[in-house]
Write a protein that binds this ligand. Sequence first.
Ligand code: ARG
Length: 266
Amino acid sequence: MKKGLFITALLLFVGILSGCSTSSNIYTYILDDSYEGFITLGTSADYPPYEWPKQVDGKNTLVGIDIEIAKEIAKALGKNLKVVNKGFDFLLDDLENGKVDFVLAGMTPTEERAQQVDFSMVYYEATQVILIQKSMVNTYTSIESLDQASVRIGAQMGSIQQDLATDTFSVAQTSFIQSIPDLVMRLMDGQVNAVIMEKPVADGYVFNQTSLAIANIQIGDPDGGSAVAVQKGNSELLKVINTVLTSLIESGKMDQIVADAIILNS
Ligand code: ARG
């Protein structure tokens, strides 16, 4: 992607998510004319290839792995899909308060979160990586080389990466902010020196922006992955979701969904 275009795409993200502490944006997907009613997904569309905003046929919509999976879940229920797009740090409360029926947001099922919501099986595995400026690849070669008072580590507010940054670094400064594209912009202009995120997301940024690279440093759980969240005790919906996920994985359709999302983001 050309640099100008890439910046425009980043600004689009930041614009869409800014102010989301007070407002949210809602997208509807009519999946079949015979379906009645909607099921409502909560997501945070700043995380390609999981979910991000994109113009499709001249219309602003949300695309990505999680959106496609949510459509399959809605179809299995015979319902159309409504998507509420908010800051990642709002999603679990919205689910708990019944503002949304389920959440897909590249969300890692943690024990702490499992006290508030119930999780499906893991549908997509990914490791954590550290995104840096390419010119720093030979400087930032270890956790110690990053854990300096002059270094600022970024992570998304409310994410496992925020906890990971807090647990891993004791000397470095941190910036925990709501939007990933905003963090990446800060990384590109030097306000932040490293951003922790899931590898598929970092791969997309590296592909689209030649000044960025993934540091050769291991961090986080090597067996991490994303799961769907539902309200605590909603075992009926969870059962449908796990059936849909299993069949997507076993049929190979999940691999196709992931591959399509990666192409769409490049
Ligand atoms: N996997 C991480 C977590 O669960 C980050 C997910 C961020 N997702 C997003 N849509 N921004 O905390």
